[in-house]
Design a protein around this ligand. Structure first.
Ligand code: RTP
Ligand code: MG
Length: 138
């Protein structure tokens, strides 16, 4: 079986708060392999592709504005069951209630803004990972 890959993003809040290193340390300590990593400043079109499934939702526009607010770090990450494994490391979407011990649970909270600023993105399926990796590592 070929080793699975996923797309991880350290979102603008994670980069701006200087948490990239701490997040990478958790990923490396878990044993996943960094295949590629780059600082990215996506345009609106790239983000619209990435978040196509959320178009029309109330948080869609604030989400794009947030993602345009500064650089992110894009990571191609590999390992057996890395898709579900990274999402377990990340924790649930809402950082206020994400379990302590997860990235979102330890470093995130509600800042009273229009969108959840939850530090990281991780692909949610093999299909999503293939689609998203093609966007960010074209
Ligand atoms: P992600 O895609 O970033 O890994 O996170 P996720 O699967 O846990 O969350 P998803 O439902 O895909 O939503 C994508 C991102 O949109 C923002 N969001 N804000 N009600 C809200 O304020 C809200 N809901 C979603 C978050 O930044 C979430 O990660
Ligand atoms: Mg998602």
């Amino acid at each position: 079986m070929a080793t699975e890959e996923t797309l991880v993003l350290v979102k603008p809040d994670g980069v701006a708060r200087g948490l990239t290193g701490a997040i990478l340390a958790r990923i490396e300590a878990k044993g996943y392999a960094l295949v590629d990593i780059r600082l990215v400043e996506p345009d609106r079109e790239t983000l619209a592709q990435h978040y196509a499934e959320h178009e029309g939702k109330p948080f869609y526009e604030p989400l794009l504005e947030f993602m345009l607010s500064g650089p992110s770090v894009a990571i191609r990450l590999a390992g057996n069951r890395v898709i579900e494994g990274f999402r377990a490391l990340a924790g649930t979407t809402d950082p206020t209630t994400a379990a302590p011990g997860t990235i979102r649970g330890d470093f995130g909270r509600d800042w009273g803004l229009k969108v959840q600023q939850n530090l990281v993105h991780g692909s949610d399926s093999v299909e999503s990972a293939e689609r998203e990796l093609a966007i960010w590592f074209a």
